[in-house]
Design a protein around this ligand. Structure first.
Ligand code: ASP
Length: 309
């Protein structure tokens, strides 16, 4: 693995290796002093062109635990404002000794573009509506820990599937590990037929359901997604209130999932929209476990990409 650009190009065994490494690395996080010298002397650049709380902070934490040096870049206040291109900016930052770049960018494909022109590893921390591979890996780790398996599960993803990079990475990741993914949401927010064919990587591994109940019935894992209004351009749903009434999850809509099915969300959550307030105390809600697992997954990815050179 030279870079981590998407789940699409990862094999079953590459995913499994990252998950096993992350499971082992969790032990370090439980120590009284969670710090090891493994990546001492390595410089990691965080290049975030979009807001982020969980992803950015957990990459920072992963770097600190592994003793890598962190450089944080914000487009505001940089020469980008004077017209410098992304590629020139990155080339200049590389000349300052960076060993790996973590990038989040609103334009799909930006990490792939950079990886063609920059000789150091690139990690995609979310590119437009395309993919968010480390989120999918931390979701897999959470399900594996809680349910003991990643195969033969029914995973239901509910919401703005079309514009969600998390949905795209998760649809591919869960199928690659041997589970079935059912997606549902307002018709305008579901993938179009051409995209559906792209996401189906296993026969019968992926299903688009126009009725939410079909996706939820007997599910082992339910993931709710935020409506990605920043990517809509025009109004695609009448109102958030109406969305909450039709596709919002609550105790009643979850009555048809398996008894101990997990409830997940990548965050940020709009409580009262995709999840009702009462679900904050749902016994099998694992949203903060996902966040916690984000650190171990990002440590594993940094180690895999940096410890070889
Ligand atoms: N935090 C996730 C992302 O960056 C999900 C979201 O924003 O809704 O894609």
């Amino acid at each position: 693995m030279k870079s981590l650009l998407d789940i699409y190009s990862l094999s079953f065994s590459e995913i499994e290796e990252i998950l096993i490494l992350a499971e082992n690395l969790k032990e370090i996080l439980g120590r009284p002093i969670p710090k090891v010298p493994t990546l001492r002397g390595k410089q990691v650049l965080l290049l975030f062109y979009e807001p982020s709380t969980r992803t950015k902070f957990s990459f920072e934490r992963a770097c600190k635990v592994l003793s890598a040096d962190l450089m944080s870049f914000s487009a505001k206040g940089s020469s980008i404002e004077k017209g410098e291109t992304l590629l020139d900016t990155v080339k200049n930052l590389c000349a300052l000794g960076v060993n790996l770049i973590v990038i989040r960018h609103p334009l799909s494909g930006t990490p792939h573009f950079l990886s063609k022109h920059i000789p150091i590893p690139i990690v995609n921390a979310g590119d437009g509506r395309h993919e968010h591979p480390t989120q999918a890996l931390l979701d897999l780790l959470t399900v594996k820990e809680k349910l003991g398996t990643l195969s033969d599960l029914k995973v239901a993803i509910i919401g703005d599937i079309k514009h969600s990079r998390v949905a795209h990475s998760d649809i591919l990741a869960f199928q690659k590990m041997g589970s079935q993914v059912f997606v549902s949401g307002p018709a305008h927010l579901l993938p179009e037929p051409k995209e559906q064919a792209f996401f189906e990587i296993k026969p019968r591994g992926f299903r688009v359901c126009y009725k939410m109940e079909e996706a939820l019935k007997g599910a082992d894992v339910v993931m709710a997604l935020r409506i990605q209004r920043e990517r809509h351009g025009e109004a695609l749903i009448p109102s958030l209130l109406e969305y909450a009434q039709t596709f919002g999850l609550n105790k009643k809509t979850l009555e048809i999932i398996k008894e101990k099915a997990l409830l997940m969300h990548p965050g940020p959550i709009n409580w009262g929209v995709e999840l009702s307030f009462e679900l904050e105390n749902y016994p099998f809600q694992v949203i903060l476990d996902q966040v916690e697992n984000g650190v171990a997954i990002r440590m594993a990815v940094l180690l895999k990409l940096l410890s070889g050179d």
